[in-house]
Design a protein around this ligand. Structure first.
Ligand code: ACM
Ligand code: ZN
Length: 668
């Protein structure tokens, strides 16, 4: 066993902090506070017991001489823990004259080091305590998308330091996607000469524009890539901190950049036309294997991620090579081509001693034993994956996609859509709906930061922290004990720590929170709704009473008060007030959230009738702007004097193919 004691104590001394409340995050499994403090300024002896003693020589080389003396009773003991312990388990005992750390191996000492650093908030004193700790899940990950926007390697290292502080053990880098290839591959130089560079720095401008790549060195080119040397250095840096870097190379989809740099790997051999590799061509397999060989050479991770998500397979049905491959496989289903490619890569990785991870689209294939599925869509995919016998990492969008808004969207920079505050992330209970047998397949949890709307490193940090703290707590401490108020206090303390130490964390103390609206009384409450067009089955709200129950929704369009309508002229309802009445105001409360294509109407009409046959138009509104605001609710209404029993409201989303979301129709 080799324990990097150098980092151990350097880690401690690096935390020169402003005085603040004692926080442990993630919460250790057992903590018993004692009286007193261990003062690191006073002399102490270092005692490495059993095999830990192997490391004592390097320690002597770097520890301040005055801190290591045989003459003092004060002692720091590192001791080998019980061989039956979990790899990352540790025990930590601190009193005024003793610090004793027990762990089975390096991973456990690294976890103890993180706890000790948090306990030594001023860099000088460690509060007396007895801790016995081990993780709930063996995989605790964060994913950073460095394709949509590219971040310097130093920034990635900074995140490694932060992840280590919170006992994460994996950093997954999404290294390739349409927006840019980010890893040097010596055999295929065009990947970084061309496919790593694009015309616009902002992903959104580029994506909404012509989506062109440019040669490296072109004035104004945006992009970049990590050299293999930089990545090896990152891997070592992370390993010293207990974190394995998992590389992701996307296949067969999300590969526009590769297929422009090497068009012969697509079905039509044309640059700028294809997103998916041609799974019927031998060149595809050669290319991907050659890339993965270099990837494995740089990244020692047992897991190699091959993407596998969202393949449109647009050209596979008409490509002669794909068709020939399907014939050879004895199938008429193009989905079997994806399965074949992923299974091939799984065997290839296994033959090199590695394990394939894929997004949950890979489930259907007959994959190698040990294949690990990263569940990102509905949690039913966890059940499907477990039923196949695969290991499962849970990163469902509803809880773990930290590209969503973390606070009141109207006050936040543009984000990917949904509203995902710290509280919602923390509420995640992995495997809650799974049978015990299926739950046993869950190896861990991961939060994902996709970066379409995250143009700078500072912004990436803002999106990650403090929400990653909730994943840290779930992944390490588990979910048996949940108390958001208590966790929130620790998260506020940690956020203060982060902000005081140069991390651009969202200021949790200033969180505004959800859109909370009290119930409203109005004339249409309880009225019958005639559905001229039915709401969509995926967003049924509370069913037929949703629009007339007096309840308004929060920021999350998936919450029950919101009803979703999809497609052209999709919003068309008539309210029956039961009898003719005088009315002075009619309106609807709409949500716009441009990420998932939820728009205010492009046209909106309110008309009224006494007999249900002849309608008079009361109100018409046109709205040509599809882009702004990104995320907002608005109340669109008519005011005046009229008599009516029936009130019809009609709307067409401003963008063809988009959604309209409404939570209430109010009549006064
Ligand atoms: C994904 O979000 N497409 C994995
Ligand atoms: Zn093809």
């Amino acid at each position: 066993m080799k324990i990097h004691l150098k980092h151990y104590l350097v880690g401690l001394c690096a935390v020169a902090l402003p005085a603040m409340a004692q926080t442990l995050l993630p919460q250790p499994q057992q903590v018993e506070w004692k009286k007193g403090n261990f003062n690191w300024q006073k002399p102490y002896r270092l005692e490495c017991r059993q095999t830990v003693a192997e490391t004592s020589a390097p320690v002597q080389q770097w520890l301040p001489a005055k801190a290591v003396t045989a003459e003092t009773k004060r002692v720091v003991i590192l001791e080998k823990g019980n061989p039956a312990w979990n790899d990352e388990a540790y025990q930590l005992y601190v009193s005024a004259d003793t610090v004793k750390v027990c762990a089975k191996n390096e991973a456990g000492f690294i976890a103890a080091r993180a706890t000790l650093a948090q306990l030594t908030a001023d860099g000088q004193q460690t509060r007396a305590v007895m801790i016995s700790d081990s993780p709930a899940y063996r995989y605790r990950g964060a994913m950073l998308d460095v394709s949509r926007h590219f971040y310097p390697i130093e920034f990635v290292k900074k995140q490694v330091d932060l992840l280590a502080r919170y006992k994460f053990n994996r950093l997954h880098l999404h290294l390739t996607d349409a927006a840019g290839w980010r890893m040097e591959i010596k055999r295929y130089p065009r990947l970084t000469e061309l496919a790593a560079w694009r015309t616009d720095s902002l992903w959104k401008t580029w994506w909404d524009g012509e989506r062109k790549y440019v040669e490296e060195g072109t004035p104004g080119a945006y992009g970049g890539y990590y050299t293999q040397r930089e990545l090896r250095d990152l891997v070592d840096y992370a390993l010293e901190r207990g974190i394995t870097i998992i590389p992701e190379i996307e296949m067969p989809a999300h590969s526009e950049e590769v297929l422009t740099a090497y068009p012969c790997l697509s079905c039509t051999h044309e640059p700028y036309k294809q997103a998916d590799f041609c799974p019927g061509s031998i060149s595809t397999y050669d290319f991907l294997e050659n890339v993965l060989k270099e990837v494995m050479d740089v990244f020692p991770s047992a897991y190699i991620h091959v993407g596998g998500d969202e393949a449109a397979k647009a050209s596979w049905p008409t490509c002669p090579r794909c068709q020939a491959k399907m014939k050879e496989l004895g199938t008429t289903d193009v989905n079997d081509l994806q399965t074949h490619l992923i299974a091939h890569m799984g065997r290839f990785l296994k033959s090199h001693g590695r394990t394939l991870i894929g997004w949950d689209e890979v489930i259907d294939g007959n994959l190698e034993k040990g294949t690990t599925v990263m569940v990102w869509r509905g949690l039913e995919n966890a059940t499907r994956a477990a039923a196949h016998g695969y290991d499962v990492i849970l990163s469902p969008g509803a809880y773990c996609y930290i590209d969503a808004y973390q606070d009141s969207p109207a006050d936040q920079p543009e984000a990917m859509g949904a509203y995902l505050p710290l509280k919602k992330v923390y509420s995640f209970v992995p495997g809650e709906n799974l049978s015990p047998a299926h739950r046993a397949h869950i190896v861990g949890v991961q939060a994902n930061l996709w970066t379409e709307h995250v143009p700078s490193a500072a912004h990436a940090e803002y999106m990650m922290w403090p929400r990653l703290l909730a994943i840290s707590e779930i992944g390490w401490n588990g979910t048996k004990y949940k108390d958001y108020d208590e966790f929130h206090q620790r998260a506020v303390n940690e956020t203060q720590y982060l902000r005081a130490n140069g991390v651009n964390a969202f200021d949790l103390k200033k969180e505004k929170g959800d859109r909370v609206q009290s119930a409203i009384k109005h004339k249409a409450v309880g009225a019958t709704v005639i559905w001229n067009k039915k709401y969509h089955r995926s967003y049924p709200g509370n069913g037929p009473t949703t629009l007339t129950d007096g309840k308004l929704g929060g920021w999350n369009y998936g919450d029950k008060p919101w009803l979703g309508f999809l497609g052209k002229d999709c919003f068309d309802v008539t309210i029956d007030l039961g009898k003719v009445q005088s009315i002075s105001e009619v309106g609807a409360d709409f949500l716009q959230c441009t990420g998932p294509w939820i728009y205010f109407p492009g046209t909106f009409t309110i008309s009224a009738s006494e007999d249900g046959k002849t309608y008079k138009t009361l109100f018409e509104k046109k709205n040509p702007d599809k882009n702004f605001p990104y995320y907002k609710t608005e109340w669109w209404s008519w005011k005046g004097k009229a008599k009516a029993r029936y009130i019809r409201l009609q709307g067409d989303p401003v963008v063809h193919g988009g959604w309209i979301f409404v939570d209430e129709i109010i009549v006064k």
